[in-house]
Each structure stands twice: as C-alpha cells, then as structure tokens.
Design a binder for this molecule. Structure first.
Ligand code: AMP
Length: 582
C-alpha cells in the first residue's frame, strides 16, 4: 500500500508538476449526508459468548467446587461448557422455550453454573431464588415470575417439599445431584436428578443467535419498600456488566488469578463473577454450602486463591478463625467486600495483619450489581495511612459504565464537595429501568436516573460515601429483612396498636432488627409474647433481637411512621445479642 495522493513514491520522486498535484477528492455524492453508520460486524452481546470464549481460550482452566454432597469436584471451563450444552438440550426436549423462566435454588457450584448458562444461552430466563427467604415468599416470587422449571440443591429439599403444591405452574423439578444421592419418598412430582437429566444429551444445540436485548436473568430484591421486585437483566446488560467488572480498578483479574466468589449466585449474580471469571480466564473456586471460617480458609489455602469476594459477615467469621488458629493468608492478594459497609476492624485486619488489599464495593441488585469500588488513586495513596483508611471506608468510585450523582429533594444535582448528602442516583447500561410485571413501570426520573434509596455524598476525587438509607429495610449478614413485613404481622396481634421495626448496629451481622411496639390502651405484653406471635410467620433469622415498648410511635406528616425519629431515639439502645458477638 502506497500513501500519497494516488501516485507512488517513485512517481512523486520523478518530480513532474502533474504528479505533485493532489488527486481530486471523491465525489461528495459517494458519501451519504448526515449520520453515517460504521462498517463493523454485528456481534450481538449475548452471554453464550462468555462461555464459548472460555471453552476455546481457557479450556483447561479449572472450576473447583466443594460439592453439596461433600467431596471437592474438579472441572474445567470446557467441562462446564459441554455439560451446559447438554443441559440446554435437556431443557429444550422438556419443552422449555425462549422467554420461559427457569428457576434455581442453589449454592455456588459447577452444576449451578452449567444450568445457569444452559438456560440463558437458549434464550430462556434464569431466575435465581434466594433460599434465605421464608418458603411462603419463595412460592410468591415463583408464582409472580411464572417459573416452570426449578433446579435445586439437596440442602433445600425441605423448602421445595413445603412449596411445590403452592406453585402450580412449576412442572419440572431437578435436584442438583446424582441418582445415588436422590432422597426417597420426597413427594415432589416430576423430580429427577440433574445427572440423569443431562446424561447422554446432545451437545449439538444452538446457543445465542437472538437479539442482545433478550431477557437473560431474573432476580427479586426485597431491598426496597413493599413486595419483592423482579430485576430482569438482558444479555446485553450482563455482557456489558462483565466488561465493567473486568476493569482492573473494579474486580479485575486474569489467567494468573484464582477467584473464590463466596457472594452467592442467587444474590445479584455473585457480583457478576460467574461471567467475569470465565471471560478473563480466572480459575474459579466455588464454595458450595459451607461458608464458615474453617471451610473458606481450606479453599483459600488449598486452591491458592488470589481474589475473593463476600459480605462483611463472612469475613468476620474467617478472621475469627485465623485469630484462633494463628493461620495466615499467604496466597490471597485482594478481597472485595460489599453488600454492607466494611467495618474498620475488618479492613485493618486484612491489610495490616494479613497483607491483603481490601476493595470496598457498593452496588445493588438493580445495577447487576456493581456500582462503585474502592481502589485507591495515586493521590490518596500519597496520604497518611489513616487518610488512606478513611478513603477505603467510603463506598468507592465508579468504573467506566456507571454514572453517579447526588440530588437534593427538589431533584437538583448537589456539588461533589464530600459534605452535601442527598439521594444517590445512578445510570448506565446495566441499571434497571423498570421492574418485571410491576404496574406503573417507570422507575427513573425525567433525566433517566435511578434512585438507589441510599443517601450519600461524593467528593471531588469521585469517592462516594453512604451516610444513611432512605429505604425502609434492614440488612443483616448481607441479606434483607423487610421491616414492613415484620410490622404488618406485629400489628396483627390483638393487643397491639402500632409497631415499627428498625435496624440497629450489630458487630457480626451489620444490622439486626429491633421491634418497637405501642400497645392498645390498657393492654400490656412481654417481649417473649411478641416474639412468639411472629414465630412461623417470618423466616427465623428475621426474628427481632429485641422488643421495646413505647407509649406512642411517632408519625410523620402523612401518617407514616417516622423512622428517622425512632432511629434517633434508639441510637444508644444496645441489642442483647451484641455482647456475645463481640
Ligand atoms: P442488594 O440489592 O441486596 O445488593 O442491596 C443493595 C443495597 O445494599 C444498597 O442500596 C445499599 O443500601 C446496601 N449496600 C450495598 N453495598 C454497600 C456498602 N458497601 N456499604 C453500605 N451499604 C451497602
């Protein structure tokens, strides 16, 4: 190829006057006026690309699972790919079509990952159910989602036995195990073991080849007021979120890394790691059902894990185990902590005692879920250690692909001055614009911003800091407790006039509920009586740690309970469970 006005270099060197003259530009008529479209390939962003890439580029990279049955199972991305394709064939032969919702009630395991891709890659929607919810809520969510198939782990057999009669639309149950471990007399219709379900099925199945905006995954969140809401991810949003997560200042990682996602696949896609690990070729270690300190340590050490991710409660259990045993973390380089604010003692223990970098992350189910991460800037690293810690305790900075601002009550964007707090708003290609089957639909403001329900400020360097929560929920061990559900049940007590539940700080669980009760005129009750009344109506771990009786529950101007005032009144109340946890 020779550059230079349509003549070769030698021609130009020849020096004729005609040769030195530029050739005429192409006739403008050849070029369309106005907007011009690029000439690049159409490569829909569908998640089958991720596992197809892993099977070709990282076929031998391992996926190691602590199986629910007990033994450690070693697979590769190629194994996961092959078996996911078999799973797709089995689902198709079972009548599962594009758009059908296929649910899972399962831990992080290789089998879960196979069913995950097996479902998504044929255009059906993988609906992860949260097993920590009360069985009645799980049934409600399954009916709302219209699930027709359920994959589940042995651990959750009692839940499925309790709900299957209440979910008439679910016509097929698949237990993530082999025939040898199948329970007898389970009473669940159309139940088959996963190994039998996929055995001998063809791997020759069509993946992808549909619009990148096709629905891909569904995850319900009770992280806002009212009934659980379904967040419906698309293939495009999941692929773009994968790329967001692969940025080095986000979760990052590559072929030299081994990743242990303790954060569950059923809670906001394991922070996208089930996608970003195969995409970047990280070895993946799946913890199965065991998340106690010793079990997590065994995997961190035995598999030489370099990066891991979970909520603070999990890390507290690990740190206690390390303290008791004197063990160290020689392989671990980075721990991503999010879902709740990182307590300073966890941050300092990892960084100062075990030499492991802490990346504090914030996000939401509605954001796929990554929102901001606390990797440090050179400017902050140049400051004193205490200043670095202060920045690390903030909720971090946005990666490319997430927009963030703070607005006041009137919808005006407030300055990024590290002082002015307001409604934390987000935008981006992996942020929800509506909830699944939710009347009224629109959840964005006029400029397309989604209100996170968190109250925060931003600093000039872009660090976000959460200062409060506008939404009426309690987060315990990384999972939501609906204060409204507790209140609604408590006011059903014949002697109760009004009730409120608020979250109070707890060293192990971050927050635990306090139930505040106003009795009817002339009535009295004991704490035990109130707690007994809630028994069986809510999940056991939702049971408030304490009950306080007040003469009057404060109400706001619109008649709503004034939670701010209650939080202020009870700010020094110490829950009876706190001391034992310290
Ligand atoms: P979820 O949708 O269940 O993942 O919950 C998202 C919510 O959890 C956020 O809107 C916050 O209220 C809270 N959250 C998540 N990460 C953090 C964090 N690092 N610090 C404080 N709160 C957090």
């Amino acid at each position: 190829m020779v550059f230079g006005f349509g003549k070769s270099k030698t021609d130009n060197k020849a020096g004729s006057a005609a040769a030195a003259k530029p050739a005429a530009s192409p006739a403008p008529a050849d070029i369309p006026q106005g907007q011009m479209m690029g000439l690049m390939q159409d490569w829909p962003l569908t998640v089958n690309r991720v596992l197809e890439h892993a099977a070709i580029a990282h076929p031998h990279r391992e996926v190691v699972t602590r199986s629910v049955e007990g033994p450690i199972i070693r697979q590769t991305y190629k194994d996961i790919y092959d078996r996911a394709r078999q799973c797709s064939t089995a689902l198709k032969e079972d009548g599962v079509q594009m758009g059908d919702r296929v649910a899972t009630l399962a831990w992080n395991t290789g089998r879960h990952m196979e069913a995950w891709y097996g479902t998504m890659c044929i255009g059906s929607v993988l609906h992860t159910l949260n097993p920590r919810l009360h069985p009645e809520q799980i049934a409600w969510i399954m009916n709302h989602a219209g699930d027709s198939v359920l994959f589940f782990d042995l651990t959750f057999l009692p839940i499925v036995q309790a709900i299957h009669q209440h979910v008439p639309g679910c016509r097929r149950y698949i237990l993530f195990t082999d025939d040898a471990h199948m329970p007898k007399d389970h009473g669940i219709p159309n139940l088959v073991s996963y190994e039998t379900y996929i055995a001998g099925k063809s791997m020759d199945v069509k993946w992808g080849d549909f619009d990148e905006n096709t629905a891909c995954g569904l995850c319900y969140t009770s992280g806002t007021t009212g009934d659980p809401k379904g967040v419906l991810y698309s293939h495009r949003s999941n692929v773009l979120h994968t790329m967001i997560g692969m940025q080095p200042d986000a979760i990052g990682g590559g072929v030299k890394d081994t990743m242990l996602p303790v954060v569950p696949m059923f809670h906001a896609n394991a922070w996208g790691i089930t996608f970003s690990a195969p995409a970047s070729g990280m070895k993946l270690v799946m913890p199965g059902a065991k998340m106690d300190g010793e079990s997590i340590y065994e995997l961190l050490d035995g598999e030489k894990v370099t990066t891991t991710a979970a909520v603070p409660t999990v890390w507290l259990m690990l740190l206690q185990y390390l303290e008791q045993t004197g063990k160290k973390l020689p392989h671990l380089q980075k721990v991503v902590i999010g879902g709740s604010a990182v307590p300073e003692r966890i941050l300092r223990a990892f960084e100062e005692t075990y030499d492991v970098e802490v990346v504090h992350a914030w996000g939401m189910t509605e954001m796929s879920p990554m929102g901001s991460l606390g990797s440090m800037t050179p400017e902050v690293m140049a400051l004193s250690r205490d200043e670095v810690v202060r920045h690390k305790l903030k909720q971090g900075r946005v990666p490319f692909g997430v927009e963030m601002c703070v607005k006041d009550d009137d919808g005006n964007i407030v300055p990024r001055d590290a002082k002015t707090s307001g409604h934390l708003m987000v935008r981006g290609p992996a942020v929800a614009k509506a909830y699944f089957r939710k009347a009224g639909g629109e959840i964005l403001d006029q400029d397309g911003w989604f209100d996170t329900g968190d109250v925060a400020n931003l600093c000039p360097q872009g660090f976000m800091q959460i200062t409060d929560r506008a939404k009426d929920v309690i987060k315990s061990g990384g999972e939501w407790i609906s204060s409204i559900d507790i209140e609604n049940i408590a006011v059903g007590h014949p002697k109760v006039a009004n009730a409120a539940a608020i979250g109070l700080p707890h060293p192990k669980w971050d927050e635990r509920p306090l139930l505040i009760v106003q009795m009817k005129e002339g009535e009295t009750a004991t704490k035990e009586e109130m707690l007994q009344f809630l028994e069986g109506k809510i999940a056991k771990w939702w049971t408030p740690d304490d009950v306080a009786f007040v003469d009057e529950i404060p109400l706001g101007a619109t008649g709503k309970i004034n939670k701010l005032k209650l939080r202020e009144t009870f700010k020094d109340h110490v829950l009876p469970t706190v001391q034992a946890a310290e």
